[in-house]
Write a protein that binds this ligand. Sequence first.
Ligand code: ZN
Ligand code: FE
Ligand code: FE
Ligand code: ZN
Length: 266
Amino acid sequence: MIDYHLHTSRCCHATGTMEEYLGEAVKKGLKEVGFADHFPLGLLDFTPRAKVTMEPAELDEYVQDVEDLKKSFSGLQVKLGIEVDYIPGTEEKLELLLKQYPFDYVTGSIHFMDDWDFTHPVYADTYKNRNIDELYRHYYKLVREVCLSGLFDIIGHIDVIKKFGYRPEDGLQSLWDETADLLKTTNTAIELNTAGRDAPVGDFYPDFPFLERCFRSGVPVTLGSDAHSPGQVGRYFPEALDLLKKAGYREIAVFRQRKRDAISLI
Ligand code: ZN
Ligand code: FE
Ligand code: FE
Ligand code: ZN
């Protein structure tokens, strides 16, 4: 099995050394992992209220560390990924920056609506003052923009807007249908992200019916724990594997130098 969503202490809200993450992956019997730490928002001239990404000056060192571990760490395939915030209007700048590094894959995630980090517990109270149906529609509009930008291989935690347990009264089916079809036509993968189990919502991203819908549309899937500490590597993976199979998946997507391949789930 693979874990394509590991953070490092550079983002300042994760702990442990990179070697400790890899050690845990070996212990859990994983065959391949990818670091996907938070891309420095400073390079996109975006300054969040709370620091959540590495500093611009740390990116080279991060890339070098992963490249070194690829060579030195035996018993495990290591990939160089990066989790990039989608900030509307920064696409051209981002495209140039991404080209400068040998990433195996780029995960596009939405954590911000305007300047609100809606995934950050400190700002979770803001949900109380928002129209949740409106919020979901806006969130999924951003998801569509991520797909259409062509800059990302994988969408991170695709329904993270549910993180604090706020659910729309309108059904989600039409948003899921539209999104799944667009993922397919833009050749974008999703991840089954198990971190949501430890968030207030208590469930993986995405919801199971959405995962099934993605399978039916032919959308490739990867798997990630979104580990922010070594012990979280591969969290809930036996259950995740069962869900992937139950949704219909028999293969999982892997990436090398931004080319997608697939390995058998069984
Ligand atoms: Zn993080
Ligand atoms: Fe994220
Ligand atoms: Fe993450
Ligand atoms: Zn994440």
